[in-house]
Design a protein around this ligand. Structure first.
Ligand code: 5GP
Length: 209
């Protein structure tokens, strides 16, 4: 029986290390497909178009919105970010669990459209640790770091809309926890209605024998 994959949303404050968690998840397990987002933000050093993001101009991004080519999109610290629709749909149909690493507004929009989507929130153990990680990343100016910390304070007010909180203290443990949470979703009764129907039918037939 072919099974559709699940949609998994991983959010977390900028600097929480969710990118590293997702990368490690993809390296360890081959059951996941990672959606590559489109963004109008400039590439950071080492980022490759089509790998970390599809880098777009504002006009190109707005054209994607007009064409209804995005599953969701949001504005984050003065830039657009959005999830290309076609890839998500293809991969779900192929039975892959599709990972969206997106911010809170987009995540809640996806949840509205798709109530079965699993919402995971990744955070460092404290606000102090978050600021340290942003400072040590060294890729952002002080101004952007301040904006991202302010945004984290806003996002923290919506954290309780997520289903699970994963603390990224030890990377290895965090990745294992995320994998286990996703896999557990496949055991939910609602995710197994075909199997339930099949068993009910088989048992009914056997009863008559
Ligand atoms: P960064 O600029 O640090 O790569 O990403 C900034 C924020 O945008 C992160 O919280 C990241 O998860 C989020 N983000 C990345 N891609 C998308 C997307 O397609 N949609 C939404 N809504 N947020 C995204």
């Amino acid at each position: 029986m072919s099974k559709k994959g699940s949609l998994v949303i991983i959010s977390g404050f900028s600097g929480a290390g969710k990118g590293t968690v997702v990368k490690e998840l993809m390296t360890r397990y081959d059951c996941y497909a990672l959606s590559v987002s489109a963004t109008t933000r400039a590439p950071r050093e080492g980022e490759v178009n089509g790998r970390e993001y599809f880098f777009k101009t504002k006009e190109e991004f707005e054209e994607l919105i007009r064409q209804d080519a995005l599953y969701e999109y949001a504005c984050y610290v003065s830039n657009y970010y959005g999830t290309p629709k076609a890839y998500v749909q293809e991969q779900l149909a192929a039975g892959k669990d599709v990972i969206l690493e997106i911010e809170v507004q987009g995540a809640l929009k996806v949840k509205e459209k798709n109530p079965e989507a699993l919402l995971l929130f990744v955070t460092p153990p404290s606000a102090e640790e978050l600021r340290n990680r942003l400072l040590h990343r060294g890729t952002e100016s002080e101004e952007v770091i301040r904006e991202r910390m302010n945004r984290a304070a806003e996002e923290s007010l919506l954290m309780d809309r997520y289903e699970y909180l994963v603390i990224n203290d030890q990377l290895d443990d965090c990745v294992t926890e995320v994998h286990q949470l996703i896999q557990r979703e496949h055991l939910r009764m609602e995710a197994n209605t075909d199997m339930v129907t099949k068993l009910q039918k088989e048992l009914k037939e056997m009863k008559g024998e």
